[in-house]
Design a binder for this molecule. Structure first.
Ligand code: URA
Length: 246
């Protein structure tokens, strides 16, 4: 079994956004940090960074924030942007303020448009992020689409053909699946992540998307108990639903 990495307590807490090394020192001096029920006296004490640390370590009587290696699923509401720096409400604003100071930082796994809602993953694990978005992993994404005009009937064949070209692109889209729910509603499953892909696919067949919601990535469906704007840390089983172990 591989041994857990160790970090000095002050480095660990500073990386989790609890403050500068100096501020963390003050927390330690105040006796605010405990491990397994005992107050930690020295900020340079080395800590084995294990998954169960939040159950064993407390800061100001609260469980420690999750250590690095975090994957979470968020139900993105309409009107928030998947960006660190654009104007207006950002998805990062839906997380606890301290989490925005973490190092390594949390990033979105791909993006949803400002006016798209639904399942959005976020992680601070760059390797995991790249595995999920890599074309080689072939992680499917399913969207519930509401359209301005009734479907014509030929869209499923066009989307699944592998020949559909979007404007200003030089490579056709990979085959995508369309399941009709009503004349103006459908589920679309794609494996790529091109810019505004679903909206542009419907524009290419003479329609217009009026509402777009992602409800599934790979084998993971957005759970009903995560309301818009809420998030949940994912466990191993949910991670494996998105990305089966190699
Ligand atoms: N396709 C789009 O057009 N927008 C999204 O946000 C995701 C897929």
């Amino acid at each position: 079994m591989s041994k857990a990495a160790t970090l000095r307590l002050d480095r660990l807490l500073a990386n989790l956004g609890y403050g500068s090394r100096r501020e963390v020192q003050q927390l330690v001096d105040a006796g605010a940090v405990t491990l397994d029920g005992a107050i930690i006296e020295e900020p340079d004490q080395r800590i084995a960074v294990t998954r169960d640390l939040p159950e064993r370590m407390q800061v100001d009587d609260e469980p420690l924030d999750p250590p690095p290696g975090l994957l979470l699923m968020l139900n993105k509401p309409l009107g928030v942007t998947c960006s660190h720096k654009e104007a207006g409400p950002l998805v990062y604003g839906l997380l606890p303020p301290r989490w925005r100071r973490r190092d390594p930082a949390l990033s979105t796994v791909g993006r949803l448009d400002k006016e798209t809602s639904g399942l959005l993953l976020m992680t601070d694990d760059g390797t995991l992020l790249h595995r999920i978005i890599s074309p080689r992993s072939n992680v499917s994404k399913r969207y519930r689409v509401t359209l301005d005009r009734p479907l014509r009937g030929d869209e499923a064949a066009i989307f699944s053909s592998g020949t559909l070209m979007l404007d200003n692109e030089d490579k056709p889209l990979l085959p995508a699946e369309l399941e009709v729910l009503s004349p103006t509603e459908a589920l679309v499953t794609i494996t790529e992540g091109r810019y505004h892909q679903v909206r542009r696919m419907f524009a290419a067949v003479g329609n217009h998307v009026v509402a777009l919601h992602r409800d599934r990535m790979g084998g993971l469906t957005l759970p009903d108990d995560i309301a818009p704007g809420e998030y949940r840390i994912m466990g191993e089983a949910e991670i494996a639903q998105v990305l089966p172990p190699r």
